[in-house]
Design a protein around this ligand. Structure first.
Ligand SMILES: [Zn+2]
Length: 348
């Protein structure tokens, strides 16, 4: 009797143990399917595998840092694709910056419409000896961010100009919006290519001085740190009789501190690269000398920029044919500008 009782007890124990194992396995299966939670944390549902998901790479692999943008072709017709196709990530979300580009849609709000506080906010200086608001054309030779105040500088200036640049000299009526249209399009294409873009103005209610615009060459506009932008692009449109597009060439001596040793040739190469794209991809022709104009090497921005700079005059807005192109082809112009910048950056 005693042996039989002992044997029954053993069998019962084995059955209980098997039952416990089955229950445990069942609970583990439910957990792995996400049907139950343990410790308040439900296992995330997984459509691929219930056991190996932690080892799988992310389902949206990031683009390689070596991506060079050459495999992306843009067309005027697909500039709205971001609005209708939100399912695919934009390239900028998955790439490191290919470079930092400052885009300057020149001019802005007319000085006559600006209050004194707006002029101050936008970096203009009041100088009664010089007859009002303006800014200095140069830094003290060999420095940056020390205005020349009329002496100790290169003194280079255009005919009828001097060290002082009066605010009213930058007033334009139609040009601010034309420049802004072209620049906003260029920004969109540059960002699609993977560049970080900084704009010196994003509407027509501001009119930063040239000096103020150059702050975008620096990280967080902090001029006490070294500039971190790769290039500064002035995007203008022309007037005064003529047709077509050109860049204003740098030449002579620039003596601000820190500029690259190839400041002149780099800037002129950049300008030429952009203008080539504009002429080949839009209906604007090459103006000046095959797209180059040598008349204004003493522009404030040339005299003060700490980084490579190009100054574009895109079409003549006082010419009816050019104006029609400017009004209808801002996207194509912006695309050409972006591709010209990329041509330059890719060749560096
Ligand atoms: Zn000066």
């Amino acid at each position: 009797m005693r042996n039989k009782y002992k044997r029954n007890l053993t069998i019962a124990g084995i059955i209980l143990a098997i039952g416990l194992v089955i229950a445990l396995v069942y609970i583990l299966i439910l957990y792995s399917m996400g049907a139950i939670s343990i410790g308040g944390k439900s296992k995330p549902p997984n459509t691929i595998s219930s056991t190996t998901s932690e080892e799988l790479p992310p389902q949206t692999p990031e683009k390689s840092d070596t991506y060079n943008g050459d495999d992306e072709k843009f067309s005027s017709s697909d500039n709205n694709s971001d609005d209708v196709n939100n399912s695919s990530p934009t390239p900028t979300e998955h790439k490191q910056s290919k470079g930092i580009i400052v885009l300057d849609p020149g001019h802005g709000k007319s000085s006559s419409a600006m209050s004194e506080s707006e002029k101050t906010r936008d970096g203009w200086l009041y100088n009664s000896q010089k007859g009002g608001w303006g800014e200095w054309r140069h830094w003290k030779s060999g420095t940056t961010w020390q205005d020349c105040l009329g002496s100790g500088c290169s003194g280079r200036a255009p005919q009828n100009g001097g060290c002082w640049y009066p605010i009213g000299a930058g007033d334009r009526d139609k040009e601010p919006q034309i420049n802004l249209n072209n620049t906003l399009a260029a920004r969109r294409y540059l960002e699609q290519m993977g560049y970080e873009v900084r704009m010196t103005r994003e509407d027509n209610n501001t009119n930063p001085s040239m000096t103020e615009r150059l702050k975008y060459c620096y990280p967080d506009n902090d001029t006490t740190r070294p500039p971190d932008a790769d290039a500064f692009i002035c995007i203008h449109s022309n007037a005064g009789g003529g047709r077509g597009s050109y860049y204003i060439a740098l030449s002579g001596t620039y003596d601000q501190a820190g500029i690259p040793t190839d400041y002149i040739t780099a800037g002129n190469t950049l300008g030429a690269d952009i203008n080539k794209r504009i002429v080949s991809e839009t209906n604007l022709s090459a103006a000046g000398s095959n797209g180059r104009y040598d008349g204004y090497p003493t522009l404030v921005l040339f005299c003060k920029s700490p980084i490579t700079i190009a100054y574009m005059e895109i079409g003549f807005f006082d010419n009816a044919s050019d104006l029609a192109i400017l009004n209808n082809s801002a996207d194509a112009i912006g695309k050409a500008v972006a591709e010209g910048i990329n041509d330059y950056m890719s060749s560096r």
